[in-house]
Design a protein around this ligand. Structure first.
Ligand SMILES: [Zn+2]
Length: 153
């Protein structure tokens, strides 16, 4: 490594995602998507340790107790991690790099994933404040696509 602190690293590689199994917890996901149709997020809070998850699981990851308390989560948050993608899955350069974010929304302990638009990827920083850009109400269907993307606050 060179001198001084680097803000980011460039990593080349490929992930084989088809081998992954994704487990979706129905109730928390339905609760979240119902809220998204109204342009808001609903998570689930643990009554024991107050951790808030989005989408809410049926048990607290920390306390291992069942949880079932819906709670509003802000659509503003902080970038906790990001990746800039320069090429498509076949390695063809994208016309514009795509920025994928992990965001911790205000009032929530877990992070959600999203895309950041209208920003030069070289300017993106962990800790930057962002907010959700919702689709217009008439286009929302109660799905993950109701969230258009993230943008700077
Ligand atoms: Zn807990």
């Amino acid at each position: 490594m060179g001198e001084g602190k680097k803000d980011f690293r460039v990593v080349s590689g490929a992930w084989e995602l088809s081998g992954f199994n994704f487990r979706v917890e129905g109730r928390g996901m339905r609760l979240m998507m119902r809220g998204m149709k109204e342009g808001k997020f609903t998570g689930i809070r643990c009554g024991s340790c107050n951790m808030v998850y989005l989408p809410g699981p049926f048990y607290c990851r920390k306390c291992l107790v069942e949880i079932d308390e819906p709670v509003d989560v802000s659509d503003h948050g902080t970038i906790r991690s990001f990746t800039a993608t320069m090429s498509d899955i076949r390695g063809n350069p994208l016309a514009e790099p795509q920025i994928a974010l992990m965001v911790q929304l205000d009032g929530c302990d877990s992070w959600i994933m999203g895309v950041l638009r209208d920003v030069d990827w070289r300017e993106v920083r962990i800790g930057q404040r962002v907010k959700v850009r919702w689709k217009p109400p008439e286009e929302r269907t109660g799905s993950l696509q109701d969230m258009d993307c993230f943008e700077y606050e």
